[in-house]
Design a protein around this ligand. Structure first.
Ligand SMILES: Cc1cc2nc3c(=O)[nH]c(=O)nc-3n(C[C@H](O)[C@H](O)[C@H](O)COP(=O)(O)O)c2cc1C
Length: 232
């Protein structure tokens, strides 16, 4: 998939205000500055996120936020685990794999300047997932293990609301399913009980705007390709 040019995006965004602007402003950040994040700003975003809708208003989201020593401890443990074996993440069905290939070309080749044949460079970039791309804050999103897909939708709505609120406050983020690939590490380091299914992580902080991959804006399929309109 082609990337929209920065120029096009900037021109479009300058004409947008409010929700449109925030939605288009959010993007995955894969290199953060060490600048600390104020807990009160984080709490304001969490306050807004809890207004997300959910099935029977069960509010299925359970979030663990690690900063400071907890974040550092988790990083050390995850890097050790990732160095010792592949994460346990379900493989993408064949029909969807080309999206990952396309994304990899944009993020690793174009954004990070890693050549296709540079397996070591790519592996090092993948390992940065486990240090949360240097973000000072990492969240782990969970829900009760007896809940089902429709409740994961609720957690997703909460997460997007959280991301948009963070964006509006000038913060950046990257959702990370990669972290859920080592659930036993997350459980041990953050005290997450077996009652909870770990869905994904989210790195939060201020982006390093000079990092090439942070300038990417990943395109989406047109509405016509993902939506069926029926009127009879
Ligand atoms: C559930 C979920 C899991 C993701 N996991 C990862 C991940 O482990 N590592 C990563 O670098 N990006 C991850 N992403 C970010 C996606 O690659 C990104 O959202 C997508 O390519 C669209 O780009 P954008 O967020 O910049 O608009 C994840 C996003 C979601 C929603």
């Amino acid at each position: 998939m082609a990337e929209e040019t920065t120029e096009t995006k900037t021109q479009t965004q300058s004409e947008l205000t409010g929700l449109d602007h925030v939605v288009l402003q959010r993007h995955s950040t894969r290199m953060f500055l060490p600048t600390p994040v104020s807990i009160s700003i984080l709490c304001e975003a969490l306050e807004l996120a809890r207004h997300a809708p959910s099935n029977s208003n069960i509010q299925p989201w359970r979030t663990f936020i690690a900063t400071g020593a907890a974040r550092d401890r988790l990083r050390t443990a995850l890097l050790a685990a990732a160095g010792g074996g592949a994460p346990n993440i379900p493989a993408l069905p064949e029909a969807f794999r080309h999206f990952r290939t396309d994304l990899g070309k944009q993020v690793y080749n174009k954004g990070m300047g890693i050549a296709r044949e540079d397996a070591a460079g790519r592996a090092a970039a993948v390992m940065r997932n486990y240090e949360f791309f240097k973000a000072p804050v990492v969240g782990i999103l969970c829900m009760h293990r007896e809940l089902d897909l429709q409740d994961a939708v609720g957690v997703g709505m909460y997460l997007q609301t959280l991301l948009l609120s963070l964006t509006q406050k000038g913060l950046n983020s990257c959702v990370e399913v990669s972290l859920a690939g080592y659930p036993e590490v997350l459980r041990k380091e953050l005290g997450i009980s077996e009652e909870l299914t770990i869905l994904c992580g989210v790195a939060i902080g201020y982006e390093d705007a000079s990092f090439g991959a942070n300038k990417l804006r990943i395109q989406r399929l047109p509405v016509e390709e993902t939506t069926v309109f029926l009127d009879e």
